[in-house]
Design a protein around this ligand. Structure first.
Ligand code: UD1
Ligand code: CA
Length: 463
């Protein structure tokens, strides 16, 4: 049996007070609508239709994967009108249609699956995914006549008694394609001037369709994002959910309320994560790592047994097993740190390979560099990789020792096992096993300072 899914995302989202379409705001680094699409994809539907407004190219660009069909809702005339736009893309098709709001990002695919299973088991034409809420809220109320669902009444239309109803509409429905024809019967809502999809429920019941409402999720999962506050709360819920998953898999968090781990991140067991750590995008952290506070890791791969010390930023880089990075280090994109290598205090690395066992412990900039194994980079060493026009490469072969405060003016190569004396400016290649020193020779002027001190004393006694 075919399964089609429709995601409604053509609303104005005015309550966000934003120039960005509501469904493109991000939660844990992922656009709201992308969370919904990912949940839906897990069900392997035959078709995904996303309803967007005209000129919403940014949404279409954000979802540029294959297999999404976009339906255009010409004007934001309500959720029923939006589904009507999608129905045109399903014309002539029969099967089950899962309808979701593009602004309900935390829904689990397992909950959607349970709704579909319940829908089929009960042979319903229309099934509503509902949940219960306490206190004030603006969700549509599920009105029942005894056990049987009678209608959904929107908050603005609810009378005092209906206001008290705790079972509410998540905006997620499963319906048989045969029920789509009822969309034409929905009248305009006089209060808002919109066509409410929720009105399909009362109409279907009156026409004798089997309709059910099923409490299968809770408020945390089914919360709809309408405001910036909702967005923030959803991010916090998602954080707790992700942290719980990693607790289950053997990851420790010192303060789970202060970390943010994106949904697609992987973390190995026995890794310990300190407060204020943010791990984003497609990052993967190995087993037995320690990540100290205030660190941000973006789209990077970290091996096993790696230590990342405080206040370090790692972007699109690779850190191999047992390496140590930080404190206050910055790995800029396309850096690779070798096994057991050490990148220390205030070191910036850009598009460079650092070999196994090599060390750059203090205050260095290494850019466009290829550094072999067991190299020692002294404090304050700088690769001068940019001449204002071109970027050039520095190569330092295995086992070299680069003295402190060296400038390597690229393109330049230091051959295997060579030494560079501290304070050198290296402009020419250094042969293997050589010592290169480039400093003006030191001159000492005997007694110079003593004479100066005497002169100073004489001047001050003159007053
Ligand atoms: C809707 C439901 C409400 C439910 C709540 C759950 C209606 C009338 N009300 O209210 O019962 O409790 O969701 O979160 O359906 N959209 C369009 N075109 C439009 C209008 C909206 O595509 O013309 C899309 C929006 O982009 C959004 C979704 O439909 O993704 C829901 O619209 P929204 O305005 O947020 O509805 P709610 O007021 O939250
Ligand atoms: Ca909403």
């Amino acid at each position: 049996m075919s399964l089609f899914t429709v995601i409604l995302a053509a609303g104005l989202g005015t309550r966000m007070k934003s120039d960005t379409p509501k469904v493109l705001h991000t939660i844990n680094g992922k656009a709201i609508i992308r969370h919904v699409v990912d949940a839906v994809r897990a069900l392997k539907p035959n078709k995904i239709v996303v309803v967007v407004s005209p000129g919403s190219h940014s949404i279409q660009d954000a979802l540029n994967d294959d297999g999404i069909t976009f339906a255009i809702q010409r004007e934001p005339k309500g959720t029923a009108d939006a589904l009507r736009a999608a129905a045109q893309k399903l014309a002539g098709k029969t099967g089950t249609v899962l309808v979701l709001s593009g602004d309900t990002p935390l829904v689990n695919s397992s909950t959607l699956q349970r709704l579909i299973t319940t829908h089929k088991r009960k042979k319903e034409a229309l099934s509503i995914l509902s949940f219960t809420v306490e206190g004030d809220h603006a969700y549509g109320r599920i009105v029942r006549n005894g056990q049987q669902v009678a209608a959904i009444i929107e908050a603005g239309d609810a009378d005092h008694q209906q206001q008290q109803i705790k079972e509410v509409n998540s905006g997620i429905y499963v319906m048989e394609s045969t029920a789509l024809k009822l969309l034409r019967k929905i009248p305009i809502n006089p209060l808002k001037g919109e066509y409410y999809l929720t009105d399909i429920v009362g109409i279907a019941v009156r026409k004798g369709f089997r309709v059910g409402s099923h409490i299968l999720g809770d408020e945390t999962e089914l919360t709809g994002i309408n405001t910036r506050r909702d967005l923030c709360m959803a991010g916090l819920y998602l954080r707790d959910r992700i942290v719980s998953k990693w607790f289950e898999k053997g990851v420790s968090f010192v303060d789970a309320k202060t970390v943010f781990i994106d949904p697609d991140v992987e973390i190995g067991r026995d890794t310990i994560i300190y407060p204020n750590v943010i791990i984003e995008g497609k990052s993967a952290i190995g087993k037995g790592c320690v990540i100290y506070p205030n660190t941000r890791i973006i789209d990077s791969t970290v091996g096993n047994g790696v230590t990342i010390k405080d206040s370090t930023v790692i972007e699109s880089s690779i850190i191999k097993d047992a390496a140590s990075v930080g404190p206050f280090a910055h790995l800029r994109p396309y850096s690779a740190i070798g096994v057991s290598a050490k990148i220390g205090n205030f070191v910036e690395i850009k598009k460079s390979v650092i070999g196994n066992g090599s060390k750059a412990s203090h205050l260095s900039y290494l850019g466009d560099a290829e550094i072999g194994g067991n190299v020692n980079i002294g404090a304050g060493t700088i690769t001068c990789n940019y001449d204002g026009v071109n970027k050039s490469k520095t190569v330092i072969e295995d086992g070299c020792f680069i003295g402190s405060d060296t400038q390597l003016v690229a393109p330049v190569k230091v051959g295997k096992g060579a030494y560079v004396g501290a304070g050198s400016t290296i402009t020419k290649d250094v042969p293997p096993f050589a010592l290169a020193v480039s400093r003006t020779p030191q001159r000492n002027f005997d007694g110079w300072a003593a004479g100066r001190a005497r002169k100073k004393n004489r001047n001050s006694s003159k007053g």
